[in-house]
Design a protein around this ligand. Structure first.
Ligand code: SAH
Length: 347
């Protein structure tokens, strides 16, 4: 007998699970029993599924993989309750996820890939390149494990951890479907934000799906020339095309675009940069999030001073632009995205 590729049971919706069970000679309604074990009770093994026959559990464990991430390390912020998790996947790759506690609820930032191939100059996640994309089940389980760990409900999800979600498009889309599915965690699409460095064709595809999730665009520069120096992806997808894709997303979904702008001292934080940025986004229904860049060891980018950040914000506001300075969460626990995983690999 050859080796059978095991199916990831957590990456199907209830209907697909039913169809699969039929191929095993089961009645499709069994899916209604098994699905909540996976997506509501977050069972860590088939064994736990008490209302399923021993025979079926046996069969399932032979033909399916049950994705359960192993918690390897948790760092807890003493300042604001932020928790940073390092998880091991079944193939021993490591990923990180972050829980942030806000007044409006618990928000989890998940990874969408192991590593990243986008090459943004200031980012720690991309230094060692891409290993692979995560499956929908692996994306979901980051949230499930954190919910089990804290014993509280997660209400908001941002796909802003390691990886480029639109470089793992099909798995990302399935993940959103399962996350917002009424039979699972049932998180409102309006509470889901996906962040992209600007993969134009997939931004447009996503717009055509007409979901209610928020699209965040990592902008970081007001001109193609400056953006190219920070983000190699701009070679392939120039700024004007990215902005057009944002306008298209708004036209198709009615969802206001978020622009993320990391301020790098002496690089993109000049007063003229704010002017250019204002004219770049003019007419777009958007919100700008300013983030003082989080310095990483491997690069010599420096954070803009608090005064420069405030000046930048004030300037944008004068143009009538909606702008906030992102509150830094978990300052005391290894800030920048990808640093926890990188340190672990290096050890
Ligand atoms: N690949 C996606 C999502 C992951 S990165 C994207 O590019 O949007 C999430 C956000 O963190 C992006 O806006 C990214 O540009 C930003 N980021 C990465 N490293 C950073 C750092 N060191 N300081 C500030 N922001 C950073």
């Amino acid at each position: 007998m050859g080796i059978i590729e095991k199916k990831d049971i957590k990456s199907w919706n209830q209907e697909e699970l039913g169809e699969f069970l039929v191929t095993l000679g089961e009645k499709p309604f069994r899916a209604k029993q098994i699905y909540p074990w996976l997506h509501i009770k977050h069972a860590a093994s088939f064994e736990e599924m008490t209302d399923i026959s021993k025979k079926l559990k046996q069969k399932l464990s032979e033909v399916c993989e049950l994705t359960v991430l192993q918690k390897v390390q948790v760092q807890c912020s003493q300042i604001d309750g932020t928790r940073k998790y390092l998880f091991a996947l079944s193939d021993k790759n490591m990923i990180e996820s972050v829980l942030m506690r806000y007044q409006h609820g618990n928000s989890v930032c998940i990874s969408s890939q192991v590593g990243c191939r986008m090459g943004c100059r200031f980012c720690a996640s991309t230094l060692d390149g891409l290993v692979r994309g995560l499956t929908p089940g692996e994306m979901l389980d980051q949230i499930y494990r954190i919910q089990e760990d804290i014993g509280e409900r997660v209400s908001h999800v941002v796909i802003m951890g390691t990886g480029e979600p639109l470089d793992n498009y099909d798995n990302f889309l399935k993940f959103v479907e399962l996350l917002s599915d009424e039979h699972g965690l049932h998180i409102s699409q309006r509470n889901i934000t996906v962040s992209t460095c600007g993969i134009v064709p997939n931004m447009r595809r996503l717009a055509d799906e007409q979901l209610q999730i928020t699209l965040a665009l990592s902008l970081h520069a007001p001109s193609q020339e400056k953006r190219l120096k920070l983000m190699p992806v701009a070679n392939k997808y120039p700024l004007h095309e990215v902005i057009e894709a944002c306008a298209y997303y708004f036209a198709k979904t009615g969802r206001r675009i978020t622009f993320e702008y990391s301020l790098v001292s002496g690089n993109n934080d000049h007063s003229e940069d704010a002017d250019k940025l204002a004219s770049l986004v003019r007419g777009l229904n958007c919100h700008i999030n300013l983030i003082p860049v989080n310095p990483i060891e491997e690069r010599d980018y420096v954070q803009s001073s608090p005064q420069t950040v405030v000046n930048f914000k004030n300037k944008l506001e004068k143009y009538g632009i909606n702008v906030t300075i992102r509150r830094e969460m978990g300052r005391d626990i290894d800030g920048a995205c990808g640093q926890l995983r990188k340190r672990w690999i290096e050890r």
